[in-house]
Design a binder for this molecule. Structure first.
Ligand SMILES: NC(=O)c1ccc[n+]([C@@H]2O[C@H](COP(=O)([O-])OP(=O)(O)OC[C@H]3O[C@@H](n4cnc5c(N)ncnc54)[C@H](O)[C@@H]3O)[C@@H](O)[C@H]2O)c1
Length: 363
């Protein structure tokens, strides 16, 4: 059994509820980890008290500076709107806390870089970016199969993330359309998940080309079509939309290799499709830590696994398996290249400032 970890949560919206649930469920799933839900922070006393009552947060405050500096807190979860990630997460790092920051890491590339740099300076502190799809057991199996070369050389990734929230303003969080609160639209919100998975499963992107469309002028993009060339020579094509009329939520990814293709769909989250020529089979992915074999898990399980990983890592002072701030930053570099490609109509290099500096010959 590891020592209990004191947690502060900033943000009381959809993700605030999800992280509250995941922290509790992690301790039920694995009694070796324990979270102490110390303080919840967000706008609106009613929402804070609602979350505190439902999940047992011991205190609530409107002041995130107060929340992140409490001595009984070791882990801060930042689940606010994108534009509020950077200030809260960097303050938490400054107070010596481990951090789980929602994606995208910052609203802009500069904010993501500043957070990555702060995490680097903090050294051994666990600073994770909430790319929860890495904790979907089916995708973790896909990664192991790719590493074992079960589909040969990876040649292409194809990803689709489709919602219909921009139509009739179905989105529970309209701030996502505001450039100042969200940074970007579907590129930072939806495509970022798949860009992280492309990096995780297939390799680092080297160039990006994109076309985007905003349904209303002055708002962030609602539709994005992105083509990536990877450093390995492989390619990826990503489609992200919140104006797909028939899709409440579809999130699909396929990885083509020289010997086969792996296929994942969030609507069949426990199944990995494997195709080799005329042969097509489905693996029912086992979940040894959960209920008896065959009982299906959902999207929420990825957040529970993520919470369990973090509580374990923070208690033991070791590195979590979760995506790091470096991963969050690398993803932001790709998003930025895609946004620049859409603005200019030209393919853009996926080049971060460190790469650019390293490329300058020293005199
Ligand atoms: N990992 C995922 O799959 C996933 C899914 C949805 C959202 N997200 C991310 O989670 C974040 C939150 O999204 P959401 O859907 O929960 O949004 P939401 O609108 O439901 O909630 C945002 C919350 O932030 C709070 N907030 C804003 N400014 C604050 C401040 N200064 N101090 C304290 N609280 C403040 C608001 O009160 C609100 O409770 C976003 O960055 C989003 O991209 C991730």
């Amino acid at each position: 059994v590891t020592a209990p970890v004191g947690v502060a949560l900033i943000g009381t919206g959809l993700m605030g509820r999800m992280h509250s649930y995941a922290l509790q469920a992690a301790g039920v799933l694995d009694p070796r980890v324990r979270a102490r839900l110390r303080v919840v922070c967000g706008e609106g006393r009613e929402r804070r008290e609602g979350l505190a009552g439902a999940f047992g947060w011991r205190a609530q405050t409107a002041d995130w500076q107060d929340a992140v500096s409490r001595p009984d807190v070791q882990l801060v979860i930042v689940a606010t709107r994108n534009a509020e990630h950077a200030a809260a997460a960097s303050a938490a790092i400054g107070c010596g806390k481990a951090v789980l920051c929602e994606k995208p890491l910052g609203a802009t590339l500069a904010e993501a870089r500043a957070l990555r740099d702060a995490a680097r300076r903090a050294g051994s502190l666990a600073c994770s970016c909430a790319f929860n799809y890495r904790f979907v057991a089916t995708l973790a199996l896909a990664r192991r199969m790719i590493e074992r070369r079960e589909i040969g050389d990876v040649v292409h990734a194809r990803c689709r993330f489709l919602l219909r929230t921009a139509l009739d303003r179905l989105d529970h969080a309209p701030w996502r359309s505001s450039p100042s609160l969200a940074g970007s639209g579907v590129i930072g919100d939806l495509a970022s998940h798949h860009i992280d998975l492309v990096r995780w499963l297939a390799g680092e992107p080297a160039t990006a080309f994109a076309r985007t469309r905003a349904l209303r002028s002055g708002e962030t993009e609602d539709i994005a079509l992105i083509t990536l060339e990877l450093a390995s020579g492989a390619t990826a094509v990503l489609e992200a939309s919140r104006a797909a009329g028939g899709h409440l939520l579809s999130s699909d990814i396929e990885i083509d290799g020289t010997d086969g293709t792996l296929a994942f769909s969030l609507q069949s989250v426990n199944e990995l499709g494997v195709r080799r020529g005329a042969e097509a089979r489905t693996i029912a992915v086992p979940h040894p830590l959960w209920w008896p074999a065959g009982h299906p898990l959902g999207w929420d399980a990825s957040f529970v696994h993520q919470a369990r990983d973090l509580l374990h890592a923070v208690a033991l002072g070791c590195a979590p398996e979760a995506a790091t701030f470096e991963d969050g930053y690398r993803c932001a570099v790709v998003c930025d290249a895609a946004l620049r490609a859409a603005a200019t109509g030209r393919t853009q290099p996926v080049l971060d400032r460190d790469d650019a500096l390293a490329a300058v010959p020293r005199s």
